[in-house]
Design a protein around this ligand. Structure first.
Ligand SMILES: Nc1ncnc2c1ncn2[C@@H]1O[C@H](COP(=O)(O)OP(=O)(O)O)[C@@H](O)[C@H]1O
Ligand SMILES: [Mg+2]
Length: 627
């Protein structure tokens, strides 16, 4: 949505409805189209019937007054006042029923549109590039979908089921007045409605600002309350209850102010509307009363005009509310449409072919890459991973190691050079087939908030229970899972937080085993773990990578000793390459890193042994400093 600004002017109502139209008149759903047609029929019939209501009231009044001159097409049975009153009420009920029928019929159409658009947006979000998702807050995205779908409901309900019928009602009313009572009444009604609407829109704009202030302070107070409660312990540690309460109260005071203003402004809005409508009514009825005394209108005409105007005031009453809702709905929908307009960065070429794996060799050919043009990350990297072999990439953090794995996955396209699998440029392949061939165990595995079995099976959703179990065993986590009270059905918690780092990594390994890809990437798969756990997991990793083309990215060199080739990356270039022994013998960058890490590992090992023998006296018995 980078280059599109969000706006919600009146022109956008039309374009939004145009955008929504294919969803409300879906080409492949005759049943929904039939609903739209029927809903429209009921809408029109209900409004026509509504126009009868004041007529029956008028005739009943004239009948009571002894002056009934109802047109001859009214059946004779309706000529008594009681029957006319009955008819008056029956007609009212009938049009109410038709309105509900219309809404019920239309509900499915609206909800279908909501679902289709939400689906389309969701699919689109998964098509967008990693770059897009890294720059966006996921919470914000789901809010956009949530609000967008609600916006569709609002627009559908208020424009189609409310604004259009109201306009129809105005038109019918105007025709009736023009025909039966003359243009003067039409003029009065037109001026009144125009003034009323103008005032309502102006006042609503003013109130929208006030409401925003109210919502903001409400959110603010809420955030403060939640934050304070989340920090319950901290508050107690520092005895800061009173301060927290004051902070909360300050936010609530802002809310109090804004909320009060919201209510008083509503009072002004309602009063202003009342004045405008009252004046219009006064003029219209005044003229009618004068005509009755002159004898050119009956008492029935007088009540008819009153009833018609009162009827008209009902939809007018909602104008402010509807205006506000439509404005908000438009903004929300536009944000969602803007999201749908964001182009996917990495797309299949027309005529892209599926990847053909012959042996699974990987080749980086003079690869240049930058996330941002002004800051190159890879400046000409070439290497081969022969089929079934393991190549390790090491180097300082930020050197571009993970970038290499993202390029192999084609999360981004290279700017120069090429990434090839069995001689096929990844840019010429169908992304789906490419990603099916590559397995990935990342540094930080994030799990779905579901069962362990679900998370392992994610590697291949059609795997049997037996296969899941075997994969878990190969990843050396089977025994652990079976020791859990709920076994494979244990929930892993939000992002997998109920499992330790080592357990999560083993789940990630198990699901990669299930996927059984010919090419494997291990991106610092063990560096978040302590050396001890790392050694345990290393065995599982060695097992998985056996016979597979493997790219190991590692920070800790002890895990790459066995690699067929080690590439040392530095500042976007390959600084050294060779086997572990060759590189040590060369005495360069790698040898220096190796020495540093060995010292660190030994220190860690000493500390661990010390902890195990409970010889922590040095640390624990330090005297407490006196302040
Ligand atoms: N999506 C991104 N947008 C911009 N810069 C990025 C992005 N991802 C990584 N970088 C930068 O690219 C450099 C290499 O990153 P990476 O390949 O993840 O390093 P590492 O070797 O530690 O795995 C880092 O300096 C990082 O800040
Ligand atoms: Mg990395």
């Amino acid at each position: 949505m980078a280059d599109k600004t969000v706006s919600a002017d009146s022109g956008s109502l039309f374009s939004t409805i145009l955008n929504l139209w294919p969803y409300m008149w879906p080409a492949d759903r005759p049943d929904l189209k039939a609903r739209v047609v029927w809903a429209t029929v009921f809408l029109v019939v209900a409004k026509l019937i509504l126009m009868l209501v004041p007529y029956f009231f008028k005739w009943a009044t004239d009948a009571l007054d002894g002056e009934l001159n109802a047109p001859s097409y009214i059946p004779a049975i309706l000529s008594t006042p009681v029957m006319l009153v009955a008819a008056y009420n029956v007609v009212r009920i009938a049009q109410l029923g038709l309105n509900q029928l219309r809404d019920a019929l239309f509900a499915k159409v609206g909800q279908h549109a909501v679902r289709q658009l939400a689906y389309k947006t969701f699919v689109h979000l998964h098509d967008l590039s990693l770059r897009f998702h890294l720059e966006r807050r996921t919470g914000g995205l789901s809010r956009i979908i949530e609000r967008g779908t609600k916006g569709i409901e609002t627009i559908v309900r208020f424009t189609i089921l409310n604004t259009v019928p109201t306009l129809l009602e105005f038109a019918l009313t105007a025709i009736i007045f023009a025909v039966a009572y003359g243009w003067i009444y039409v003029a009065i009604i037109a001026v009144t409605v125009w003034l009323y609407t103008w005032f309502t829109v102006r006042a609503s704009d003013w109130r929208i600002a006030i409401r925003r202030e109210m919502n903001d302070s409400d959110t603010d107070a809420n955030t403060k309350a939640i934050d304070s409660l989340l920090n319950f312990e901290t508050v107690k540690y520092f005895n800061n209850e009173a301060m927290e309460a004051r902070r909360f109260d300050r936010s609530m005071a802002r809310y109090e102010d804004a909320a009060t203003k919201t209510w008083t402004s509503l009072g002004w809005l309602n009063f202003g509307q009342g004045v405008i409508f009252g004046l219009g009514m006064m003029v219209a009825m005044g003229i009618s009363a004068w005509e009755v005394t002159r004898g050119s209108q009956t008492l029935g005409d007088f009540v008819f005009i009153n009833a018609m105007l009162m009827q008209l005031s009902i939809p007018l009453n909602f104008i402010g509310f509807i205006y506000r809702e439509i404005r908000q709905g438009l903004t929300d929908i536009e944000q969602m449409f803007d999201l749908l307009d964001v182009p996917a960065e990495v797309v299949d070429k027309p005529g892209a072919k599926p990847l053909e794996i012959r042996e699974g060799s990987v080749r980086f050919e003079n690869v240049h890459f930058a996330y941002d043009p002004s800051r190159p990350i890879l400046k000409g990297i070439s290497f081969d991973i022969p089929a079934g072999k393991t190549v390790a990439v090491v180097g300082p953090s930020g050197a571009g190691k993970s970038t290499i794995s993202r390029l192999l996955f084609r999360f981004y396209d290279v700017q120069q050079g090429a990434v090839l699998i069995d001689g096929q440029d990844v840019r010429d392949l169908k992304q789906e087939s490419l990603r099916a061939a590559i397995g990935m165990v990342p540094q930080d595995t994030v799990l779905f908030n579901d069962t362990i079995a679900y998370n392992i099976r994610y590697g291949r959703p059609d795997a049997t229970e037996e296969e899941v179990r075997r994969a878990a065993e190969l990843a050396q986590i089977g025994t652990f899972i079976e020791s859990l009270p709920e076994g494979y059905r244990t929930m892993v918690g939000e992002r997998g937080l109920k499992l330790s780092g080592g357990e999560k990594q083993r789940v990630a390994i198990a699901r990669t085993i299930l996927k059984a890809p010919p090419i494997l990437i291990l991106d610092e798969a063990t560096s978040a773990l302590d050396t001890h756990t790392e050694q345990e997991i290393q065995a599982a990793l060695d097992l998985v990578s056996r016979g597979r083309t493997t790219l190991v990215i590692a920070h800790r060199l002890s895990t790459v000793i066995g690699a067929d080739e080690i590439i040392v990356l530095k500042e976007g270039l390959i600084a050294e390459r060779g086997t572990h022994r060759q590189l040590l013998a060369a005495g360069g960058l790698y040898a220096a890193m190796w020495d540093r890490q060995r010292e660190a590992t030994e220190a860690e090992e000493r500390l661990r042994r010390a902890r195990e023998t409970d010889d922590m006296g040095v640390v624990l018995r330090r005297p407490i400093p006196a302040y």
